[in-house]
Design a protein around this ligand. Structure first.
Ligand SMILES: [Zn+2]
Ligand SMILES: [Zn+2]
Length: 163
């Protein structure tokens, strides 16, 4: 369970942003600006951890940490040995998922696209843990799909999904 590599293909369309993206949580206490490298495509994860955290469907997009500026108080939850999830302590809006780097700040953020108006038109890049998806959220399209077994075979550090 770890959406970071869901779309980290070498041909990623990651590119410098033409202009800054600005997003905010539901209550407005946290604002996030992305000015720099990010991938304007959305990845989905259907693992049980992401389902519990998101309420059903986890969506994210990648942005270099150097491109991200966060204003406002944020609470982080260490959801596994290698990752943490951030949310607004006032309204509960989910903000991002990131890998935990040894002794430093994350290099990449997996930001929640719903915070950003600009992301409303972005395409779906990939979907992981498709065999665990809730019946009510089949995602149409010819994007890349991976089952739990396929994803965990390629990402050995993942400890396995909640049962
Ligand atoms: Zn997940
Ligand atoms: Zn908030």
């Amino acid at each position: 369970m770890q959406p970071t590599t869901a779309g980290s293909d070498p041909a990623s369309s990651t590119s410098p942003a033409a202009s800054a993206l600005t997003g905010h949580c539901l209550c407005g206490a946290v604002t996030i600006t992305v000015e720099g490298r990010h991938d304007p495509r959305v990845g989905a994860c259907h693992c049980r951890m992401c389902q519990r955290w998101s309420g059903g469907l986890f969506l994210c997009f990648e942005a270099d940490a150097s491109a991200v500026t966060v204003r406002g108080e944020v609470t982080r939850y260490r959801s596994s040995a290698f990752a943490e999830r951030a949310f607004c302590p006032r309204c509960g809006s989910h903000l991002w998922f990131n890998d935990v780097e040894e002794g430093g700040e994350p290099r990449t953020y997996e930001l929640m696209p719903g915070l950003f108006d600009a992301a409303r038109d972005w395409p779906l890049r990939s979907e992981i843990y498709v065999d665990r998806a809730m019946a009510c959220v089949p995602l149409a399209g010819d994007h890349r799909r991976k089952t739990r077994a396929e994803y965990e075979a390629e990402n050995r550090f993942v400890e396995g999904d909640l049962t």
